[in-house]
Design a protein around this ligand. Structure first.
Ligand code: ADP
Ligand code: MG
Length: 248
């Protein structure tokens, strides 16, 4: 028996309208475990709104978002995070005056929040997890560095690490390589390839070289609807996609 319930994320007939304008219009989107799914499309297509709907920041007008068989449209933002959905926004929300170590430690589930961390006992479990994540995000040698002193790319990686330490089953990233150097983009592609193992990753991105390096599946959004979907090769050669997006 196989059905949509096998997917980590099943979005069906999802619509949100803002004063009658449908920013997302009857969307269906499925993401498997171990899948790295990229959403592309012109500005205003509704990409960020899809992430806002999944994380509960925006409430849908109709439709369903099932995550590990939980209906997210009925849950608060906080409950959605606790259910295992992590989201990285375009501007990183790190604590600039704390070290890389402290930023990761504070993000460990039991120590979440600055107040909570005052009463938080640093155990070997936490320490080992911080080291493991720091290595993963290429910041092990920068553990004692103040986060504000990191490069733009390193700050993005730190925020990814702060999400990873909470072990989300779905990780969402909105334009993660914007403003990064060529080298940092390559390293980020490798990082995302590693972290999609064992979870689902949903990325919004414009940089097509980067998309080609990471995407298992690509969905092209246009005016809140799916214009095309499939692997990179299929989508890149789709005349509709070339006309409204790639041809520019
Ligand atoms: P993208 O990320 O693909 O560039 P967005 O999802 O940010 O596009 O926006 C899609 C459309 O929805 C835009 O026209 C935007 O102005 C509109 N929109 C997004 N969020 C809101 C909101 N909270 N209220 C009203 N309009 C919104
Ligand atoms: Mg956007």
């Amino acid at each position: 028996m196989s059905s949509e319930t096998d997917f980590t994320l099943s979005i069906e007939n999802l619509t949100v309208s803002f004063d009658g304008f449908k920013a997302v219009d009857d969307l269906n989107l499925y993401i498997d475990k171990n899948e790295l799914h990229v959403v592309i499309g012109p500005n205003g297509a509704g990409k960020t709104t899809v992430l806002d709907l999944i994380c509960g920041k925006t409430k849908s007008t109709s439709g369903s978002i099932k995550f590990l068989n939980k209906e997210l449209t009925k849950m608060s933002e906080h409950e959605i995070v606790r259910a295992g959905v992590g989201r990285k926004f375009q501007t990183p929300s790190i604590y600039e005056n704390l070290s890389v170590f402290e930023n990761l430690e504070i993000s460990y589930p039991k120590g979440r929040g600055v107040v909570g961390s005052l009463f938080f006992k640093r155990t070997d479990t936490v320490l080992n997890k911080v080291y493991e994540i720091a290595k993963e995000i290429m910041l092990f040698d920068a553990l004692e560095t103040e986060a504000g002193l990191l490069s733009h790319g390193q700050k993005q990686w730190l925020e990814i690490g702060m999400l990873l330490i909470q072990d989300p089953q779905l990780l969402m990233l909105d334009e993660p390589v914007a403003g990064m150097s060529v080298k940092e983009r390559e390293q980020t592609a490798e990082l995302l390839n590693r972290i999609s193992e064992g979870r689902s990753v949903l990325v919004i991105e414009h940089d097509m070289d980067f998309v080609a390096r990471i995407a298992h599946k690509v969905t092209v959004l246009h005016q809140g609807k799916i214009l095309a979907a499939g692997n990179m090769q299929k989508v890149q050669n789709d005349p509709k996609v070339i006309e409204v997006y790639l041809g520019h």
